[in-house]
Write a protein that binds this ligand. Structure first.
Ligand code: BDP
Length: 714
């Protein structure tokens, strides 16, 4: 008995690395593992004073309570009266007005979402103040304050002002009403439409908290390949229930609208956007939505793309379609996000299609329309040049569409940290208004003076316990929010923050995981599509390699369309001698890519068909460089595995083992990609694998006959 007691006591004292299932994301609020800092934090925050009453302020209170109690393992009292020393004072500029903290105009720059956190004397007491013009701004400030503690930053002498650079910071769920998630690799949809509106899963609230903590302020609930049923009254009640849950966290709901809904659920015989009855139908539908959801965000529309209905079926333009919906929503405060993801099998180069269809419409969209453009001209490849639409439609607010769900990046199985991809695109210079006309400045509206601006991420969330299946998928969700708030943050900074909150502040853990994350994007480029190869994956599932595929129902779905390998060489000639897609960029950008000898290796095969003997910047031939890059990709994954193994003692066993197993699959897949692609391209180059490289252990035929009928996404 005595021994048992002793053992129990001992077990309480040592804090073992308990298994963690990942559900808590970056909001784990575990006790600070640095005793000196812990006492400092406890001293600095001895009481909390919350001013104001609202659902949002309730959320603020709940979060600070949960967060601080967890992190500091101390019960910090809420006070109502005059501040005592070391009070955390939290409220808006109006609810805190009596304290006369700031000159009246001083906080105007914070706008409706920004916040300020300052350490200052209030009524003779040393306090910390979190304030904003709105409750939501206060909530963002509270999450920021918690992040400071979670990441062991000082919280004395604070003077932080933060405002978002982009107005609409959205997730796009590609979730169907039957809960199947298109390109979803983390289980089924988190929205349980069947039990809504009555049943409110705790997950909805935790989803809202997680999003608010990184500044995401809107979510499109359903797939862009939309089902009109979501616009019927029973479903709108379900949507309204979700809107009620998300509202206190500053998140508006949006819906993907099916263009032909007036026919499918309205029983009209046309969906022509210039037809009066159709226009009235949408106006009535918009009113119906707003009576249930007064702060409804608006519609996202995929039209005349991959078989979706759209205005072109009636001889109308994208602008006609978007404007009809915009007119219905505008009196109610809603917006239309119209996607530019269009391509046509007849076009000689899919790269050019969106630009060709959309640039003539610049200036023709209503004020409450944004055009949402995927980051690259094709489709979420491991690396793409920026879409030439950025910089080519100055009169239209262009919203960025990134993909968090890693459709072409190893899906829910590979560790790929996407912040470097996002940053690469945002930092790219379009030269559309001279030097330094970056994609970021187009997206945030500053370059062309647009008040509407936005960034969307196609969500990688499902009902898996840890939300994203791969524990590192969470980092991409996190990065999307943080970069949409402030794209000047570096990939390193965001990774460090995320690791500290998600795993630990232990420097070995932070440095090792950050290294893994920062190499992972280039690794996937190298083992899948080095040197500017693109779209050479298996048709349907988009998971593994199939550069030989040439039998899809449309040529522009076939890998051979994109790599054009032949005895002479490989790559898509997009210069003047080829499709001339380069013409869609400004001269200064064209110049970067036009000459195959000057073009950077990263984009070479995006723009040139070059000979297997072509001399690369390294001095190797193209063929040898290709072998080198594929091997480099495989080696990077081995290095990631090796580094991860060093963390065994530092990470809870559940997540350690999970990532270890996933990295083993990633390594196997990297070898698969390398072997299958090189063996296939070798049939054209006719050149041997350079000495010193691992040789494929199967034949090309072996890889070609493999089938994956049940791969996710098929
Ligand atoms: C492609 C996906 C497809 C989506 C489409 C889109 O393969 O499932 O519907 O994009 O963005 O990447 O609409």
């Amino acid at each position: 008995m005595k021994n048992t007691l002793l053992l129990m006591l001992l077990l309480c004292c040592i804090q073992p690395l308990r298994a963690e299932d990942g559900y808590d994301l970056w909001l784990r609020y575990k006790r600070i593992d640095n005793n000196a800092l812990l006492s400092t934090y406890r001293r600095t925050i001895a009481a909390i004073h919350i001013a104001g009453n609202s659902l949002v302020m309730d959320a603020v209170k709940k979060e600070l309570d949960q967060g601080l109690n967890g992190l500091l393992q101390a019960h910090i009292p809420f006070t109502n009266g005059q501040p005592v020393n070391n009070t955390l004072i939290v409220g808006t500029t109006s609810t805190l007005a009596a304290l006369k903290l700031f000159p009246k105009d001083d906080l105007q720059q914070l706008g409706t979402e920004g916040f300020r956190i300052t350490s200052r004397t209030v009524a003779g007491k040393v306090c910390t103040v979190i304030t904003a013009n709105t409750d939501i701004g206060v909530l963002y400030g509270a999450f920021h304050f918690l992040r400071l503690i979670q990441t062991l930053q000082p919280v004395a002498n604070l003077n932080i002002t933060s405002t978002p650079r982009v107005k609409l910071r959205l997730l796009n769920h590609w979730d169907n009403l039957n809960r199947y998630v298109e390109r979803g690799y983390a289980g089924i949809s988190i929205w349980n439409w069947h039990t809504l509106p009555e049943y409110i899963d705790d997950r909805y609230i935790d989803y809202a908290r997680a999003n608010a903590s990184i500044g995401i302020n809107g979510t499109v609930l359903n797939n862009v390949n939309a089902n009109a049923t979501v616009l019927t009254a029973p479903y709108l009640h379900k949507v309204a229930a979700l809107a009620d849950v998300l509202r206190p966290y500053g998140i508006k709901v949006y819906l993907s609208a099916r263009f032909s809904a007036p026919m499918e659920i309205g029983h009209l015989n046309t969906a022509d956007p210039l037809n009066d009855t159709v226009r009235q139908w949408w106006q009535a539908k918009a009113k119906e939505i707003y009576t249930m959801i007064p702060d409804f965000g608006g519609f996202l529309v995929k039209a005349n793309s991959e078989g979706q209905p759209g205005p072109q079926s009636y001889g109308r333009t994208h602008a006609d379609g978007a404007n009809m919906l915009a007119d219905a929503l505008s009196p109610l405060g809603g917006i239309v996000i119209w996607r530019a993801f269009v391509y046509d099998p007849e076009a000689n180069d899919r790269f050019k299609q969106a630009y060709d269809e959309f640039t003539p419409l610049d200036g023709k969209f209503r004020k409450n329309v944004l055009v949402q453009v995927k980051n690259g001209p094709i489709d979420f490849q491991p690396r793409e040049p920026f879409s030439p639409l950025f910089g080519a439609m100055p009169k239209t607010p262009l919203m960025m569409e990134f993909q968090l769900t890693q459709e072409y990046l190893g899906q829910g199985t590979h560790l790929v940290y996407e912040a470097p991809l996002f940053k690469e695109v945002l930092d790219a210079d379009t030269h559309s208004k001279g030097k330094n006309s970056t994609v970021a400045k187009i997206v945030d509206g500053t370059l062309n003076d647009h008040t509407l601006s936005g960034i969307a991420g196609v969500a990688n969330i499902g009902n898996e316990r840890n939300w994203t299946n791969h524990p590192f998928g969470q980092a991409n969700w996190y990065a999307l929010g943080r970069l949409s708030w402030d794209y000047s943050l570096s990939s390193e900074q965001i990774a460090s923050e995320w690791i500290r909150q998600t795993f630990s502040n232990d420097p070995t853990v932070v440095n090792t995981i950050r290294n893994i994350m920062l190499t992972s994007r280039e690794a996937v480029v190298n083992y899948m599509t080095p040197l500017g190869l693109h779209h050479i994956m298996g048709n349907g599932h988009h998971y593994g390699p199939a550069p030989w595929s040439n039998k899809a129902p449309r040529p522009d779905w076939d890998p051979v369309y994109y790599h054009k390998a032949d005895a002479k060489g490989v790559g898509f000639d997009r210069t003047a001698s080829g499709s001339n897609a380069l013409q869609q960029y400004q001269p200064a950008v064209r110049q970067l890519y036009a000459d195959s000898n000057a073009c950077s290796d990263q984009y070479l095969l995006w723009f040139h068909h070059v000979s297997w003997q072509h001399k690369m910047h390294s001095g190797r031939t193209l063929w040898n460089e290709l072998c080198h890059k594929y091997q480099e990709g495989v080696d990077s994954v081995s290095a990631m595995q090796q580094q991860w193994r060093q963390l065994k003692k530092h990470i809870d066993p559940e997540r350690f083992h999970q990532v270890e197993m996933l990295l083993a699959i990633q390594h196997k897949d990297a070898i698969w990609w390398r072997n299958a692609c090189l063996l296939y391209f070798q049939t054209f180059s006719g050149m041997p694998f350079p000495a010193g490289y691992e040789q494929p252990d199967h034949t090309l035929g072996y890889y070609q006959q493999e089938r994956f009928p049940y791969a996710p996404g098929n």
